[in-house]
Design a protein around this ligand. Structure first.
Ligand code: SF4
Length: 77
């Protein structure tokens, strides 16, 4: 089985730009308060989800490897 990612959106940081939904349709959705959330808390490794995290203007999206918790995004300093 391949690696899985755990995807989280910090709702205190998200400004509801909707860019993540554009980058990864079906992987993120905006709620009625225009706050993004992942469609599922875990996903297979998915370049569109990574593009969404990279494209978020406020870096509200965090991706970690499910299980080990190793950070995939944002890259560590
Ligand atoms: S791209 Fe970032 S700020 Fe915009 S809706 Fe998605 S998580 Fe929120």
């Amino acid at each position: 089985m391949g690696d899985r990612w755990t995807v989280e959106v910090d709702r205190g940081v998200c400004i509801g730009s909707g860019m993540c939904v554009n980058h990864a349709p079906g992987e993120f959705a905006l709620d009625s308060a225009r706050q993004s959330h992942p469609a599922a808390p875990e996903t297979d490794v998915n370049e569109k989800v990574l593009a969404a995290a990279e494209g978020c203007p406020v870096e509200a999206i965090t991706i970690t490897l499910t299980g080990s918790g190793e950070v995939v995004f944002p890259p560590e300093e």
